[in-house]
Design a protein around this ligand. Structure first.
Ligand code: CTP
Ligand code: MG
Length: 195
């Protein structure tokens, strides 16, 4: 009895932290999918058409139209799948999670893909070859792009579901998830580098 009452206050804190993390990850999942999907769907003509600027490629061969469209489409499908499973998942996940309106369902993955493209542009300007690792930029570019576009296209929804606490949780967790996903992609032969 003494033991239970002693631990009860912590149970509430642990559950609140857990629900915050679950809700944050659920909300950002449509932005997590595009980069992995682009590895599978990518290839073909590069977005920059092979053009260079100041002696370096504008974006490089790692940014293709097929990767951008395939990645965005996969993220949109993920958003609608989450909408579909939301009510049945609630009793299991226990956390309050969002419905993705069309604007958010498109803005999150498209923003993630654009963030990744902007990062490649910056990397080429810094003189890094395709595939070079740039810590933090590689891991947070798509998150920054997704958040920015969500706030532009669906400001009310973003303010409700992507507030300061959620963003803080995502800034901490995203590099860990990104590293894990890329390790898996590398080990199963889909990615050339483990980052
Ligand atoms: N990809 C793509 N189109 C995109 C994004 C990714 O085709 N818009 C594919 C490419 O085959 C790319 C792979 O996914 O090589 C891994 O993506 P990423 O790590 O972002 O590209 P890098 O090859 O590392 O190139 P960069 O240095 O420009 O990031
Ligand atoms: Mg890379």
């Amino acid at each position: 009895m003494g033991l239970i009452s002693c631990h009860l206050p912590y149970r509430g804190v642990v559950l609140t932290v857990l629900w915050t993390i679950i809700a944050a990850v659920w909300t950002i999942l449509p932005a997590y999918v595009p980069n992995s999907a682009a590895v599978v769907t990518g290839g073909g003509p590069p977005i920059d058409g092979g053009r260079t600027w100041a002696g370096c490629r504008v974006l490089g061969d790692g940014k293709t139209w097929r990767g951008a469209f395939g990645g965005t489409a996969a993220g949109v499908v993920m958003a609608f799948l989450l909408n579909f499973f939301r009510s049945s998942a609630f009793p299991i996940v226990g956390a309050r999670v969002p419905v993705f309106p069309v604007q958010a369902a498109v803005a999150l993955p498209l923003g993630a893909i654009c963030g990744d493209i902007v990062a490649s542009f910056i990397k080429r300007r810094m003189g890094h070859e395709r595939g070079a690792a740039v810590p933090l930029l590689d891991q947070l570019d798509f998150l920054a792009g997704a958040l920015a576009l969500a706030y532009i296209v669906a400001p009310g929804w973003a303010a409700e579901w992507l507030g300061r606490l959620t963003v803080a949780v995502l800034v901490v967790l995203t590099p860990l998830f990104h590293r894990m996903a890329n390790q898996i992609g590398y080990r199963i032969g889909l990615k050339d580098e483990p980052w």
